[in-house]
Design a protein around this ligand. Structure first.
Ligand SMILES: NC(=O)C1=CN([C@@H]2O[C@H](COP(=O)(O)OP(=O)(O)OC[C@H]3O[C@@H](n4cnc5c(N)ncnc54)[C@H](OP(=O)(O)O)[C@@H]3O)[C@@H](O)[C@H]2O)C=CC1
Ligand SMILES: O=C(O)C1=N[C@H](C(=O)O)C[C@H](O)C1
Length: 234
């Protein structure tokens, strides 16, 4: 009989962490262990860490997991390409950083990288609930970085404050509003036309399948970004 995988969950009192806690509790093959980064980072007996906290705590947790050779699935936003490259330069192993667990969001970013080959101008507009602590979102940052890696973009009037934060040459605009869960539009501009790729998260239930997929997956060498590989996208 296969053994139960013990999942250490950091941020289990929060919105995403409590969803992960419930999913892991309800899964027959997984067992939850609540971790509080503020109270210490004892990872003995943990098979995989799931992190849904804030960037500073996430960095501490990743460091502790690397020391203890425990794989991590990072849900926390703020892991920019620059921070991920710094992890890789340290030889980090078995870290998966997932900007967004929802299938539609993963597809949106993937489709945007296809469209990026054909357009010379693009902007990203994201909207989230007003309790979100960070801006722009991890998903928008990752989407801009992925688009920017396909080809160079240069926004018109990049230095105007109302033109957003420019990430990898792509202006990113963030809205924070009650009534929204999460939404993102990637808008490409061309000659006489625009192409908008839009994803709406209507419930945090959209994260469930991706979380379980990542927690059950065999940990990959090095640092993996996203769950595209687990969905056959890369
Ligand atoms: N990858 C994805 O698909 C998704 C990612 N996210 C990301 O996950 C993260 C958490 O989001 P969400 O659950 O909405 O946030 P919440 O604010 O609801 O929860 C944050 C959790 O982190 C804990 N925490 C906060 N500060 C610290 C600290 N300094 N040290 C240790 N623990 C801390 C909180 O504990 P306490 O309450 O005790 O302060 C709480 O348990 C965000 O970065 C968000 O962007 C969110 C949704 C989906
Ligand atoms: O805080 C959230 O809610 C979300 N955070 C992630 C992000 O920053 O992209 C993922 C999703 O958008 C929900």
């Amino acid at each position: 009989m296969a053994s139960t995988r013990r999942i250490g969950i950091a941020g289990a009192t929060g919105r995403l962490g409590s969803l992960a806690l419930r999913l892991v509790r309800d899964a027959g093959d997984l067992e939850p262990v609540e971790l509080d980064v503020r109270e210490g980072l004892e990872l003995d007996g943990i098979d995989v860490v799931f992190d849904a906290t804030v960037l500073g705590a996430s960095q501490q947790l990743v460091d502790a997991a690397l020391d203890a050779s425990v794989p991590v699935v990072v849900a926390t936003s703020g892991w920019t390409e620059e921070r991920i490259e710094a992890l890789r330069a340290r030889g980090a192993e078995r870290i998966r950083i997932v900007p967004n667990f929802s299938l539609g969001s993963v597809l949106e970013t993937h489709l945007a990288t296809i469209a990026a080959r054909h357009f010379t101008a693009v902007e990203v507009v994201e909207a989230h609930h007003d309790r979100k602590r960070d801006a722009p979102s991890g998903t928008a940052t990752r989407t801009a970085e992925a688009i920017g890696a396909v080809r160079g973009f240069a926004p018109a009037t990049p230095d105007e404050p109302s033109r957003g934060t420019v990430i990898a040459g792509v202006p990113v605009h963030a809205l924070r509003l009650p009534g929204v869960v999460a939404r993102q539009e990637v808008i490409f501009g061309g000659t006489g036309e625009t192409l908008t790729i839009r994803h709406d998260t209507t419930s945090s239930d959209s994260y469930a399948a991706g979380i379980l997929l990542a927690l059950r997956a065999e940990a990959q060498p090095g640092v993996t970004v996203g769950i595209g590989d687990l969905l056959g996208l890369s």
